[in-house]
Write a protein that binds this ligand. Structure first.
Ligand SMILES: C[S@@+](CC[C@H](N)C(=O)[O-])C[C@H]1O[C@@H](n2cnc3c(N)ncnc32)[C@H](O)[C@@H]1O
Ligand code: SF4
Length: 384
């Protein structure tokens, strides 16, 4: 993986879902009225134009439609957004253009339309290959339907990935190894495997607090994590990031833009961006509520509500927080360039002694296998 500093990503947020999953705290909303997609397409186009005025002349290396559920969008809406991106920036001929999809038959029926619009990679939220678990997660699809959607994705797109959630209530490492092995038989080049997180203010948080939803204890969670690493590595899909696995060379380039602290534009309700303008790094965020975002864009030409210039310390912390999630780790010289000083050698020595971090032959600093389950603590220690 080269091009540490190159890369300009465009993230487009579609904020609607058919129903709200009880574990999810993403900016996603359920609407019973029909969504006026043409109005959204006009607003996306306006916000892309406004962003391109601030960061002109970029070459877009990746575009990502995330959500919410972007696979509820009409292919014509996707095409309109991609046209707008291409009118305002150069799009690299080999740009990665990903769309997140929920694996229902209705959505899979639109895959060809997305392909024609220019999407070349799809990421499916399969979540589990067990119908009881899918029911408990509040999903609207069965395992069979999800696998059918994966098969359609495989036949339509050059690249596809799917997500599973593990460390679910009552899940044992043996069950997970078996489910993951079945998943790997259906996987292509990439899989995202997330440990269930109990997010505040979700129905799962309420159940968890009431003792009605019991997640695996630390030892079981650790065993589930270790199983994940072993099973995936044995099948040629090692982790390149704490929750993401790929055949080497098939990583999600858009997510690498975030983790390598490169530049990206955030478009749509509640989207975040990092823009490099006149030597300063701007952290941007837009209005989260979809209708309020539309009104702002229609009034002001953009939905920005936050546009903060990051301090050196903030940039350095973010660089560590994001970069140390990657198996490739970080280039310590980039930290020096940001902070005018190296990382604290005493802290590095202590973490190395505990086997939590290591330095590669090329001089990169990375978290070791035993360090990943305690990544937050390692980053907090280094950033302190
Ligand atoms: C933003 S969601 C969008 C994907 C799509 N709407 C779907 O649900 O299939 C991206 C992924 O985040 C993961 N995710 C969301 N909430 C999570 C949680 N509380 N714990 C673990 N993973 C979570 C799921 O695997 C999901 O596929
Ligand atoms: S997990 Fe996906 S489908 Fe479920 S509410 Fe969140 S974004 Fe929507």
């Amino acid at each position: 993986m080269n091009d540490e500093l190159a890369g300009f990503g465009v993230y487009i947020h579609w904020p609607f879902c058919l129903s709200k999953c009880p574990y999810c705290d993403f900016n996603s909303h359920v609407r019973h009225a029909v969504i006026d997609e043409e109005r959204f397409a006009r607003a996306f186009t306006a916000e892309i134009a406004a962003t391109a005025e601030r960061v002109p002349g970029r070459t877009v290396s990746t575009i990502f439609f995330g959500g919410g559920t972007p696979s509820l969008m009409q292919p014509a809406t996707i095409a309109a957004v991609l046209d707008a991106v291409a009118r305002h920036w150069q799009v690299a001929p080999d740009a990665e253009i990903t769309l997140e999809a929920n694996p229902t038959s209705v959505e899979a029926a639109r895959f060809r339309g997305y392909r024609t619009a220019g999407v070349n990679r799809v990421s499916l939220g399969v979540q589990a290959l067990d119908d009881r678990a899918l029911g408990a997660l509040g999903r609207l699809h069965s395992a069979r339907e999800a696998l059918d959607a994966v098969a359609i994705a495989r036949s339509v797109f050059e690249r596809y990935s799917f997500d599973l959630i593990y460390a679910r209530p009552q899940q044992t490492p043996q069950q997970w190894a078996e489910e993951l092995t079945r998943a790997l038989a259906e996987a292509g080049e990439h899989l995202s495997l997330y440990q269930l997180t109990i997010e505040a203010e979700t129905p799962f948080a309420t159940l968890h607090a009431a003792g009605k939803l019991i997640t695996p204890n630390d030892d079981t969670a650790r065993a589930l994590y270790d199983t994940t690493q072993e099973v995936c590595a044995a099948r040629g899909l090692p982790a390149y990031e704490i929750s993401n696995h790929a055949r080497p060379g098939s990583e999600c380039r858009h997510n690498l833009v975030y983790w390598r602290a490169q530049e990206y534009a955030g478009v749509g309700p509640g989207a975040h961006g990092r823009l490099d303008i006149d030597g300063s790094r701007h952290a941007t965020a837009t209005e989260k509520r979809p209708e309020a975002w539309l009104q702002r864009v229609e009034r002001d030409g953009h939905g920005l509500i936050t546009d903060d210039v990051l301090t050196r310390e903030e940039m350095a912390d973010e660089f560590l927080l994001m970069g140390l999630r990657l198996a490739e780790g970080i280039d310590p010289a980039r930290y020096v360039a940001l902070m005018n000083r190296p990382l604290d050698p005493t802290r590095i020595a202590a973490l190395r002694e505990h086997g939590l971090i290591e330095t590669t032959a090329e001089g990169r600093l990375r978290v070791s296998m035993p360090g990943f389950p305690v990544l937050d603590a390692v980053v907090a220690d280094l950033a302190a």
